[in-house]
Design a protein around this ligand. Structure first.
Ligand SMILES: [Zn+2]
Length: 463
């Protein structure tokens, strides 16, 4: 007897080359898809399932996999959106403000980010941030599948914008300690729904010795690594000055790069860097919403299409809507290459499902609906004028669905969103907790003004 049946919808399995869509039901047992019934030939099996989700008028498809997030980074919404490349917003505002927030702030902001994430149709995230245990807790409560990493570095992030990378053994001890606690408390929790990775923040904010320690930790835990690489000219300049190498070549020299390493951004990566990543088998998380306005586009075509480096999409931190990211990528790729249609809708869907699952080493489990795969799926309400006529093509999905069209979400066979609302957390309370913090967040911003002006010559809230 099945634990759950998701019944009488239109199913897009994303299994195989075509985004096959058929009318039918998905049966779930022990958190996994047990069978996909595309006609009514097994009515007794459907009727005998313990629980049932009505999917009439809904598209049932695999949940999206978001390969790079900072859930609590939603605090910078409306503050960093205008900040363009290279990285003054990061150095002048984000890094110092992140250190002023409390553990409770991270908890409530992570819950807000997790709610936004699932309501927009992602069922898995790969997160790296401060107070990472709060992100694990938030993912656990909301019902998300999550790969959590602690943000480890060993310099004062407030000083990096001035080019001061002085190493601190105290910061290193604290950060590594928190990473170990994260693994002890969360790795494999919630029936395996929450796992951990080792999070090295970036090639410049971690010393050589710390990067090597992180690599050893990952080997000991048998877990992967998550790291921002070649994300800004400042990072590239620092690594070149210290080691005479690009960030990617430096990581290779440290024997850091393996197939279990997720590198994020690569905005400044060269063709030789991509050759190295391809040889070492490292994977790439590309965060489309971040790049378009910056005027500097990472080499997605060269990484994904030319070299077949395993690639998946992430959102980074200000918005968690993967649909928006797919469409931005389609435009960004065409504009940056001068060539239209380089990525098809099917490719874009792949990058947000099995492609991103591959980045996390979970390609057999996630991003596809077939017997044996995780029962992670989303229901899209097709009875909306903007989605009709719906022909069941990848183009229908990629170019016309928005996060707000996601009506139901199921993770590991558990229904976590129904009629667009999270079932297991009090959304109103999360909003209240975040809103009541806004005055204090503004006080922190005001305290940061002098340092901010010194770095940027701008007035933060004047624009
Ligand atoms: Zn990031």
């Amino acid at each position: 007897m099945a634990d759950l049946v998701v019944r009488d919808g239109y199913i897009m399995t994303l299994d195989g080359e075509r985004p096959r869509m058929e009318k039918g039901s998905v049966l779930v047992q022990d958190g996994r898809v047990s069978s996909i019934v595309t006609d009514e030939s097994h009515p007794s099996e459907l009727d005998s399932a313990v629980r049932s989700v009505d999917a009439r008028g809904r598209l049932i498809m695999p949940g999206l996999v978001n390969a790079h997030t900072h859930l609590a980074g939603c605090v910078f919404r409306g503050l960093l959106d205008d900040w363009t490349y290279p990285s003054s917003g990061l150095h002048a505002l984000a890094f110092p403000m992140e250190l002023e927030l409390t553990r409770d702030d991270y908890y409530w902001l992570s819950l807000l980010g997790a709610i936004e994430t699932v309501r927009a149709g992602s069922t898995t995230i790969s997160d790296m941030y401060h107070h990472s245990e709060t992100a694990a807790q938030a993912a656990h409560e909301v019902g998300l599948r999550a790969v959590i990493a602690h943000k480890v570095y060993d310099c004062d992030l407030r000083a990096v914008g001035r080019g001061d990378y002085s190493r601190s053994s105290r910061i290193r001890r604290e950060r590594v300690g928190a990473s170990v606690r994260l693994f002890e408390n969360w790795h494999g929790r919630a029936g395996g729904r929450i796992t951990c990775r080792v999070g090295a923040h970036a090639t410049d904010t971690c010393s050589e010795d710390l990067l090597q320690q992180m690599r050893r930790m990952a080997d000991e835990y048998g877990a992967g690594l998550h790291i921002h690489v070649a994300q800004s000219p400042a990072e590239v300049a620092h690594i070149r000055k210290m080691h005479g190498l690009s960030p990617v070549a430096y990581l290779q020299q440290l024997d850091f790069l393996r197939p279990d390493v997720e590198v994020v951004h690569l905005t400044e990566a060269s063709g030789e860097d991509l050759d190295i990543l391809q040889r070492e088998g490292a994977t790439y998380a590309h965060c489309a919403p971040r790049y378009g306005r910056s005027g500097k586009y990472p080499p997605l075509k060269e990484a994904h299409l030319d070299r077949a480096i395993p690639t998946g999409f992430g959102t980074d931190w200000l918005r968690m809507d993967m649909w928006d990211g797919m469409r931005q990528t389609a435009s960004n790729m065409s504009l940056s290459s001068g060539e239209g249609g380089l990525l098809s809708a099917r490719d874009l869907l792949h990058l947000c499902t099995q492609g991103a699952a591959r980045v996390l080493g979970m390609e057999d489990e996630l991003g596809v609906l077939r017997p044996g795969a995780a029962a992670d799926m989303i229901l899209i309400d097709l009875d909306r004028p903007k989605l009709q006529p719906f022909f069941g093509t990848a183009q229908n999905v990629v170019f016309h669905v928005d996060g707000g069209d996601v009506d139901g979400v199921i993770v590991a066979g558990e229904e976590i969103v129904r009629e667009g609302r999270c079932l297991h957390v009090d959304e109103a309370e999360v909003l209240r907790q975040v809103q009541k913090r806004i005055p204090r967040f503004l006080q922190i911003l005001e305290r940061l003004y002098p340092a901010h002006r010194a770095l940027t010559g701008k007035n933060l809230l004047a624009d």
